[in-house]
Design a binder for this molecule. Structure first.
Ligand code: NDP
Length: 498
């Protein structure tokens, strides 16, 4: 939780506090611009070595790192719990998901990024053409605290597998997790500092954006994403933007209501709602609205925050509590009803599950990221209205649809980076599928082949096999060749198929 900066003998440090107890959980250096530049410089030398290893050798070393994380997973899960508050069992689940993607990236990098031949055209038939995907060199990864292993690994694993060195700036709330991950990497790959960490506040992240990195992989809020883009614009450094969301669930009249309610409760309340892909809005067909809300309330009542054995932990950032409080109070003032929780659900850093109905469409609880255990449920006439209301927001990250017969149809109409049908967030757990958003949720993709290509640039190569019978790109071109070429163009492109 909240951190404070102190100066000791010229070097600044900051403290991390356990959000549940307020106790100091660790002290870390504040990397300034010079320190970040020095780390990036060192990483450049390591990047050359790492790229030269080739796909197979890198995969072997990434497998060693995966084994190292797996062996230390209990310690790592405890550290996540201490720094940001989620239950240890949830932290272990997060680590398991991160390991799946790490494995996929290592196993598939060669196939996706390695050199391959492509067909040339009739006019370029005398050239052999290939494309390959080359690493940028050093990639900077800036990560959030809410999934301090899964989220950064989604970029780090793919950037490393693509042949880049990585400098990672974890959130100031979870720097210990970042240090743990890089220490584990150094044990698995002791030869060169291929994966390094810099700790500090937003200023350290800003320094990384301005440093000599080939790309920035950013995961965090949309507001910070805009600042990151502005800083990267100075050097034309490309960026991957994994930003916030206001994800919705749609429940159709033919849905399995119990399953939909269970998914909504997990999707909206797990990690105390502090999930980019959290279900924050639910649109329910009028025919099943009553029974769904009843089931949802019953299941949500079994979840609480605050006790050691509670299923959800504290809100990690103190300032987020004020946002959650404001959204709930504002919604109620505008006429919403709290079926459970409500304005009294907040006690210090702990927020009890809250379900709101009759929320005004313009209320921040309906339009802005809540990042707390709050579900807003709305009755809709039909699925047309549901789709229209889901798509009305500025975000477009994930989405969930519950319907026995129309899932695919509804999913196809949603403007979002992904939709999971009859399950929550399954799309983010399938390693071969891309993850990312549209609109205010950002652009670019992690995971899957798209996630590998995100951290590499396409390099096209041609090799002339024999001189062209129709030399076009030369001043030796004659009027006869022009006439033949013109005729060819007419034949090749002059007729439409229909
Ligand atoms: P923030 O945007 O506050 O911070 C994200 C990272 O950016 C942190 O490391 C932060 O450092 C750093 N940062 C802050 N200011 C700057 C700056 N000026 N330049 C460079 N870096 C900076 O997000 P949170 O950490 O609070 O994470 C929650 C957000 O992340 C939510 O909006 C959530 O939706 C989103 N998210 C998106 C995901 C996705 O896949 N699309 C996945 C997970 C989360 P510091 O912490 O030190 O301020």
């Amino acid at each position: 939780m909240a951190t404070s900066t102190t100066t000791t003998g010229g070097a600044t440090t900051f403290e991390v506090r356990n959000p549940a107890t307020g106790e100091v959980a660790g002290v870390f250096p504040n990397h300034d611009r010079a320190a970040v530049d020095a780390v990036v410089d060192r990483a450049h030398a390591a990047a050359e070595w790492w790229a030269a290893l080739g796909f197979a050798e890198r995969a072997r070393r990434l497998d060693r790192w995966r084994a190292e994380i797996t062996r230390g997973r209990n310690e790592l899960a405890q550290l996540i719990h201490t720094e940001m508050g989620k239950p240890v069992s949830d932290a272990k689940l997060e680590i398991a998901m991160g390991l799946e993607h790490l494995k996929w990236a290592a196993r598939n990098a060669h196939k996706v990024l390695g050199r391959r031949s492509v067909r040339s055209s009739l006019l370029t038939i005398n050239h052999a053409a290939t494309v390959e995907y080359r690493p940028y060199g050093v990639v900077g990864v800036i990560g959030p605290w809410n999934y301090p292993v899964f989220t950064p690994l989604s970029s780090v694993s793919f950037a490393l597998a693509a042949g880049n060195a990585v400098v990672f700036k974890p959130s100031e709330y979870t720097p210990g997790v970042g240090v743990w991950l890089t220490d584990a990497f150094a044990r698995a790959v002791p030869e060169q500092p291929v994966f390094e960490v810099v700790t500090g506040s937003g200023e350290t992240g800003n320094a990384l954006c301005r440093s000599d990195v080939g790309k920035i992989g950013f995961t965090g809020s949309t507001a910070t994403g805009k600042r990151v883009m502005a800083a990267c614009a100075e050097n034309l450094t490309p960026v991957l933007m994994e930003c916030g969301g206001k994800d919705a669930m749609i429940v159709d009249a033919d849905a399995d209501i119990r399953a939909a309610a269970e998914a909504a409760v997990w999707g909206g309340l797990s990690n105390a709602g502090q999930t980019c892909l959290a279900v924050e809005r639910i649109y329910v067909h009028a025919d099943v609205y009553g029974v769904f809300v009843g089931e949802l309330v019953m299941q949500a009542r079994a979840i609480d925050a605050g006790r050691p054995e509670s299923k959800i932990g504290p809100i990690t950032m103190p300032k987020q509590v004020d946002i959650i409080r404001h959204q709930i109070e504002d919604a109620v003032l505008r006429g919403a009803r709290a079926l459970i929780g409500g304005p009294d659900a907040i006690d210090g850093q702990f927020v009890q599950p809250t379900i709101l109905v009759d929320v005004d469409d313009d209320a921040p609880a309906m339009t802005e990221e809540t990042f707390g255990p709050v579900l807003v449920v709305t009755k809709v006439r039909d699925m047309d209205e549901a789709v229209e209301r889901v798509d009305a927001g500025v975000y477009g990250l994930g989405s969930t649809v519950f319907s026995r017969r129309h899932g695919r149809l509804i999913a196809g109409r949603l403007r979002a980076g992904a939709t999971s049908i009859n399950a929550f967030v399954a799309h983010a757990t399938v390693p071969a599928l891309p993850l990312g958003g549209v609109g205010a949720s950002g652009f670019g993709r992690v995971h899957g082949p798209d996630g590998l290509r995100e951290f590499a640039y396409a390099k096209a190569t041609t090799r002339q096999l024999f001189p062209s019978p129709l030399p076009l790109t030369t001043f030796r071109r004659t009027a006869v060749i022009d006439a033949v070429a013109d005729r060819l163009v007419a034949v090749l492109h002059g007729r439409s198929r229909s």
